[in-house]
Design a protein around this ligand. Structure first.
Ligand code: ADP
Length: 477
């Protein structure tokens, strides 16, 4: 995406990527394909635009996805292991049984789960022939997708990542924001293969002249959810955003303090710029927009995702009907990989519209699960109460869903003009680095409201409905 200095999108391009599922619960990507697709998109967007006008590149990416490549040839030694990949579940369980969970949470802010990069990297070093020996000789590099893009853009000159991405590897000490020696030893990772950890609005070298006709500096890098928080201008403690794409990710800014959750949420680095370090607490729901996809593709009861809105509007209230979309287990705050989905409370007059509505409701209830957990953590940390929720992602085009979210959470829900906040956040960071924005205050001034949804439901009703949701979840667990 190309953004103007006013923070509005100018042009964009996209390419689908092939998904590889080599085994049950395994998910891989071809890193060379990601690079080729990215390059093609950049060139498409720059067509007809003088490169000299481009101030800087910002990079944002799905986090945790793990790649190793040959330092000399630049060739990946294996496909990238994607964040969703569960192949190291057993290894995580074994580490948990040995008591590592607590220590890892204290050091990294993360839960011992295959989601994060460390056990994926360990798996690669163990299973790719010769990888461990080569890595020990300093001939292999590790990176998440930001790091790989930077390395490719700079023609192999820069091997670096930013704090927000590094904090998802489970190898970074969240306090020092540097690689943790004890964890490197635990996972058998030679330090020489790890990237330099830099500021999110920092110097990552320049994209080679031969790629776009002129060198373009790379000045901003952040993982997707942190980037979305920046795109939503969540710069003050207690500022919270919720992104509704395939899954849903809620992040709350906890300022320069690491807030360790008592409710199984994650602590993570939000960004670093010079002396300013910001942290966040994060909760994730695995299935958000994906449940709408399921209604469309598996049940085929809606032709398109947006058609869910009219159906939900015409549905009967159907009190007691709940859809728990635990297709791949439940994420925060339940963290149960074995739970599976269910529709509960069906009656003779439940139909298509009612099931669609229950599916959208589920995304609202799960958001409330996270917000309640967050509110407790924030109280403990002495941070101010959550009062409003900034939302973005594909699902927020659905006005019925937005209103329902306000009703179920009891918070004012705000939809910005630019809902592509992930890319916008990366552009803002690059703009900070390039001096287009003086500081985060200047960025915050660009945030513009499209529409605000205020709760219309009475508290008693909200609480009654939510109680029913908790009971439905309990049955699935
Ligand atoms: P991602 O970045 O994870 O691919 P997006 O932010 O592009 O996701 O959002 C796409 C998701 O939003 C899809 O899962 C789709 O089902 C859902 N979606 C898109 N439009 C609507 C809508 N009008 N109502 C409900 N869900 C929608």
């Amino acid at each position: 995406m190309l953004f103007g200095e006013h923070g509005r999108p100018v042009k964009s391009a996209s390419r689908p990527l092939k998904q590889y599922y080599p085994d049950n619960g395994w998910v891989e990507h071809d890193a060379e394909e990601i690079w080729r697709a990215t390059l093609a998109c950049c060139r498409q967007v720059l067509k007809g635009i003088p490169v000299s006008k481009v101030a800087a590149i910002g990079v944002t990416n799905q986090r945790e996805t793990t790649l190793i490549w040959d330092k000399k040839t630049g060739k990946p030694l294996h496909k990238a292991i994607v964040w969703q990949d569960r192949r190291t579940a057993e290894r995580c369980a074994a580490l948990e049984a040995k008591g590592w969970g607590k220590k890892i949470a204290a050091k990294t802010g993360l839960l011992l789960d295959p989601y994060f990069s460390a056990t994926k990297l360990e798996w690669l070093l163990k299973h790719v022939k010769g990888a461990r020996e080569k890595a020990a000789r300093g001939e292999v590099l590790f990176g998440t997708m930001d790091c790989w893009m930077i390395w490719k853009l700079t023609g192999g000159r820069v091997h670096a990542s930013d704090v927000s991405n590094a904090s998802r590897t489970m190898l970074l000490n969240l306090k020092t924001l540097d690689w943790d020696r004890e964890l490197l030893r635990l996972f058998g990772v030679p330090r020489a293969m790890l990237p330099d950890v830099r500021d999110s609005a920092g110097d990552f070298g320049s994209a080679e002249k031969k790629l776009f006709g002129a060198a373009i500096p790379i000045l901003g890098v952040a993982g997707d959810q942190q980037a979305a928080s920046i795109g939503q201008a969540c710069f003050a403690p207690g500022d919270v955003k919720s992104t509704y794409g395939t899954g849903c990710f809620v992040l709350v800014n906890t300022a320069d303090k690491i807030t360790h959750s008592r409710n199984r949420l994650l602590s993570t680095a939000l960004y670093r710029r010079g002396k300013t370090k910001q942290y966040a607490v994060e909760g994730s729901i695995f299935i958000a927009g994906a449940v709408v996809q399921w209604l469309r593709d598996a049940l085929a009861i809606i032709p398109t995702a947006p058609a869910s809105e009219a159906e939900a509007k015409r549905a009967k209230p159907s009190e007691g009907l709940y859809f728990v979309p635990a297709f791949t287990g439940l994420g925060a705050p339940y963290w149960n990989p074995n739970a599976r989905g269910a529709i509960l409370g069906l009656t003779r007059d439940s139909g298509r519209a009612e099931i669609i509505r229950a599916a959208l409701d589920a995304v609202c209830y799960q958001t409330r699960d996270l917000l309640d957990a967050m509110a407790q953590d924030m109280r403990h940390a002495g941070l101010k109460r959550l009062t409003r929720l900034k939302m973005d992602g594909g699902m927020v085009a659905n006005n019925w869903f937005c209103q329902r979210l306000a009703d179920i959470t009891g918070l004012a829900v705000e939809r910005p003009v630019v809902t592509e906040t992930t890319a916008l956040g990366a552009a803002y960071l690059a703009g900070l680095g390039a001096g287009i924005f003086k500081d985060t205050k200047a960025i915050a001034r660009h945030w513009a409201l499209d529409r605000r949804f205020t709760p219309r439901m009475k508290k008693a009703e909200r609480d009654r409905l939510y109680k029913g949701w908790r009971a439905a979840v309990a049955r699935v667990l």
